[in-house]
Write a protein that binds this ligand. Structure first.
Ligand SMILES: CNc1nc2c(CC[C@H]3O[C@@H](OC)[C@@H]4OC(C)(C)O[C@@H]43)c3nc(N)[nH]c(=O)c3cc2[nH]1
Ligand SMILES: [Zn+2]
Length: 373
């Protein structure tokens, strides 16, 4: 008997919640940060290293994997978990967002999107039905509905039309997903930064019924103030007993603000992508390790960090291997950044459980204000 997918809230503190998502492949402690493993790998990390940072779940993607190596091939290899040697939960995005941001030559109709691959120019078609098929072939535990995320700036009419298309696609995603015990289907709220459209989207999704709800259409260049403006009311429009997933977020202070506003799950390429470029995230803010000031600095990135980068290496060494373009540079900084993000999530979870989130957030901002020493 597989564990059914379930979410239980353990504590609330203001608008914030802490909880646990139970899945057949293990528990996800919320608020959760999900490292991004776009092409079946969290870049520069072994799966066991990702697990060692404290990640309970990682992200995969329909768009990238359908193009290369192909969803059927992944299925023949035993599914994405086996293929990438990660036996914990995986959430896959549905592909629509990536088609609009990566693919060339696209044609969008009510039916779906035809596009040419950014890998080899081959022709492909994505729709709610094909996206559900691909995510089933991949075997992900949490499946995202197929949606359209409008590019900004967009007129209210364009945002409304796009949201309504996404709601029709949400119903088709639900119908095509069928009944898959132990697997979850999340709907994605759209509606830009317009309260009436966000409310219409929330009502449509709740009426269809999903195992979790994402707040989509944000972190697309609107800026933190506008994003928080939506998060001040949008999560509250969603069912209180289901996980709320804010897609594509974000910087540490975005994450803290989103958790304060009732978000339970987030994903972002930032810690891994910036790690590869020499940007380290610490409680005191960002450190660009390629800056000459680190050349003779024997101290670790962060004296209080227990990750392999900070317990084994000096800033001088990290500066050197980045300058020398050595592969270990991206490995160490990615590990540190993912470790720091998971430490931040653990701190948020503990603070909510102890009813001292405000104090935690005040300390978070005060430490960053000191800047890097
Ligand atoms: C960065 N800002 C941002 N990302 C968004 C995403 C994609 C999130 C996925 O895209 C990648 O991040 C760019 C990540 O790596 C994979 C594995 C592809 O999954 C993550 C969205 N996805 C869908 N379906 N709908 C949305 O409204 C939406 C909004 C977003 N805003
Ligand atoms: Zn560290």
């Amino acid at each position: 008997m597989t564990t059914p997918f379930s979410f239980s809230l353990t504590a609330t503190d203001g608008g914030a919640r802490s909880g646990v998502i139970d899945t057949p492949r293990g528990q996800i402690r919320t608020p959760a940060f999900m490292p991004v493993g776009t092409a079946a790998t969290v870049k520069a990390m072994l799966p066991e290293s990702v697990a060692a940072t404290g990640a309970d779940i990682l992200l995969g993607n329909t768009y990238h994997l359908m193009l290369r190596p192909g969803a059927e091939r992944v299925a023949r290899m035993g599914g994405l978990h086996r293929f990438m040697n990660w036996d914990r939960p995986i959430l896959t995005d549905s592909g629509g967002f990536q088609v609009m941001s990566l693919a060339g030559l696209r044609k969008l109709t009510e039916k779906g999107v035809t596009f040419s691959s950014h890998v080899d120019g081959s022709k492909h078609f994505l729709s709610p039905e094909t996206s559900m098929q691909i995510q089933a072939l991949l075997g992900s535990d949490i499946v995202m509905a197929f949606d359209e995320c409008p590019a900004l700036p967009a007129t209210d009419e364009a945002v409304a039309a796009s949201m309504r298309l996404s709601m029709r696609w949400a119903q088709r995603s639900r119908d095509a997903f069928g009944d898959r015990p132990g697997h979850a289907l999340f709907g994605i709220m759209q509606g830009g930064v317009t309260p009436d459209l966000r409310a219409e989207s929330a009502e449509a999704l709740t009426g269809i019924g999903f195992d979790g709800y994402a707040v989509g259409g944000l972190a697309v260049g609107e800026g933190q103030e506008a994003m928080f403006g939506v998060l001040d009311y949008a999560p509250g429009l969603l069912p209180v007993d289901k996980p709320r997933y804010l897609m594509g977020v974000g910087k540490p202070d975005d994450i803290v603000g989103a958790v304060q506003r009732g978000i339970d799950m987030m994903d972002c390429v930032l810690p891994s992508r910036s790690g590869r470029t020499g940007q380290a995230w610490t409680p005191r803010g960002q450190v660009n390790i390629k800056n000459a000031r680190h050349q003779d600095d024997p101290r670790p990135l962060d004296e209080d960090c227990t990750c392999p980068c900070c317990t084994g290496y000096s800033r001088a060494y990290l500066h050197h291997v980045f300058r020398a373009k050595e592969m270990i540079s991206g490995m160490l900084l990615t590990w540190h950044n993912l470790h720091y993000y998971q430490q931040l999530m653990a701190g948020l979870r503990d603070a909510i459980a102890a009813g001292r989130l405000d104090a935690f957030v005040a300390e978070f901002h005060a430490t960053r204000a000191q800047g890097d020493i």
